[in-house]
Design a protein around this ligand. Structure first.
Ligand SMILES: Nc1ncnc2c1ncn2[C@@H]1O[C@H](COP(=O)(O)OP(=O)(O)OP(=O)(O)O)[C@@H](O)[C@H]1O
Ligand SMILES: [Mg+2]
Length: 323
C-alpha cells in the first residue's frame, strides 16, 4: 500500500521546468528521501504534494485517493514542516502549538495536553513560555516540527529538516524523525546532505534539475559501488605528480588529492598495494598512513549525478569532479 504516489508530475514556471515528469511511490511506514542540490525541485515537489502549488501536469495519489485541484479530503492526513518556519514570532512556543492545534479543530483541553506533551518530547518544556522569536535556530526547527505533527498526521513532509542548525540539534532532530517513523508515521523528507539521507532513509530518489535520476532502497543504490576499491593514503612531502604516478599503476583507477598530503585512490579492481607502496617509497614521499575506505552513498551519488558532495552543501572547495 502506498502512502503517496506521483506519476509524471511536472511544474513549470514560465519557461522554467522546475519539476520534470517525476514518478515515484512512497510506501506506508517508510522514510523516503529526496536528495538533490539547490534548485533541484525538492520544495516544488513538496508544495505540489501538499496542495501549496498546482501541478502543471501529472497525477498524485495520497493514501489511496487520487487528488486533483482540491486536497481537502486528505489534508488532515498530512503534516507539513516547511524549510522556513511558518510560526508566529510574537507568540510563545506553547501558544504557537495551541494555535496550530485549533486550526485542526482540536478542543481546548486536548490542545493544551498535546502542546505540553510535544514541548516535553522535543525538550522545549523550559522554553514553553518564551516568545518564538527568542528561540535559537535549532529550537525553532524543533517547534516547527512539533507544530507539523500536532494532529498526528499519517504522512509527514519535512523540507530540509536539519539545514543550518548545529550538529547536536541536527542529531536530536534525526532521532525524533526516526522515533516518529517507528511509531508509524510515513515520512517524506528532502535534504542535500548525503550522509543524512543514507542514515535516515529507507529509500532515496536522487533529483537533479527537476528529474529523478536514480531511485531505490539504500542497499540497492549501494550495490552500484560494491565493487569499488577505495584507498586513502596520507603522505608527508607529497610530490605534485604522485597521484598521476599511482594512477599509472592501475588501469581505470582515479587518484585525487582530498586534502593536504591525502590521496584517495578509486579502482574497479583490487589495488596493487605492494607496487603502490614501492612507488611512494622510490619517489621519496613518506607514507604516514594507508587505509581502506568503505564506499559510501556519496560515491554512488557522484557516479550517477556527476555532482560533488561539496557542491551539494554550497562549498565548492575540495575534491575535484571525477572524469
Ligand atoms: N514560485 C516560483 N516562481 C518561479 N520559479 C520558481 C518558483 N519556485 C521555485 N522556482 C524555481 O524552481 C526551481 C526549483 O526550486 P525548488 O525551490 O523546488 O528547489 P529545491 O530543490 O527545493 O532547492 P533548495 O535546496 O535550494 O531548497 C528553481 O530553479 C527555482 O528558482
Ligand atoms: Mg527547497
Amino acid at each position: 500500500m502506498f502512502a503517496l504516489a506521483a506519476s509524471n508530475l511536472s511544474k513549470k514556471f514560465d519557461q522554467l521546468t522546475a519539476v520534470d515528469q517525476v514518478s515515484f511511490e512512497v510506501k506506508k511506514g517508510e522514510i523516503f528521501g529526496f536528495l538533490g542540490p539547490n534548485g533541484a525541485g525538492k520544495t516544488t515537489t513538496i508544495n505540489m504534494l501538499t496542495g501549496l502549488a498546482r501541478p502543471s501536469s501529472g497525477k498524485m495519489e495520497i493514501a489511496g485517493q487520487t487528488v486533483g485541484s482540491s486536497m481537502k479530503r486528505v489534508q488532515h492526513l498530512l503534516g507539513i514542516v516547511p524549510d522556513e518556519s511558518n510560526l508566529y514570532d510574537e507568540l510563545s512556543g506553547y501558544d504557537n502549538l495551541c494555535f496550530c492545534a485549533s486550526l485542526y479543530g482540536m478542543a481546548k483541553k486536548e490542545r493544551q495536553t498535546r502542546a505540553k506533551e510535544l514541548l516535553d518530547q522535543f525538550g522545549l518544556a523550559d522554553a514553553a513560555n518564551r516568545k518564538f522569536k527568542a528561540y535559537s535556530k535549532g529550537m525553532k526547527r524543533k517547534l516547527t516540527i512539533a507544530a507539523g505533527i500536532i494532529h498526528n498526521p499519517e504522512i509527514l513532509f519535512l523540507d530540509e529538516p536539519t539545514t543550518g542548525i548545529d550538529v547536536a540539534s541536527a542529531r536530536q532532530i534525526r532521532q525524533l524523525i526516526t522515533t516518529l517513523n517507528q511509531h508509524g508515521t510515513t515520512i517524506f523528507l528532502t535534504t542535500h546532505y548525503i550522509e543524512e539521507a543514507e542514515r535516515l532513509c529507507h529509500r532515496i530518489a536522487f533529483i537533479v534539475a527537476g528529474k529523478i535520476v536514480r531511485c531505490g532502497p539504500v542497499e540497492q543504490l549501494m550495490s552500484d559501488v560494491q565493487d569499488q576499491q577505495i584507498m586513502e593514503l596520507s603522505i608527508e612531502h607529497c610530490a605534485p605528480d604522485l597521484p598521476r604516478q599511482l594512477m599509472a599503476l592501475c588501469p581505470d583507477s582515479q587518484a585525487e588529492l582530498t586534502g593536504e598530503g591525502v590521496i584517495r585512490l578509486y579502482s574497479p579492481v583490487p589495488l596493487p598495494l605492494a607496487e603502490i607502496f614501492s612507488v611512494i617509497e622510490k619517489s621519496k614521499n613518506e607514507l604516514l598512513e594507508a587505509k581502506r575506505i568503505r564506499p559510501s552513498l556519496e560515491e554512488v551519488f557522484v557516479r550517477v549525478t556527476g555532482i560533488e558532495k561539496e557542491k551539494m552543501s554550497g562549498n565548492n572547495m575540495g575534491r575535484r569532479k571525477k572524469q
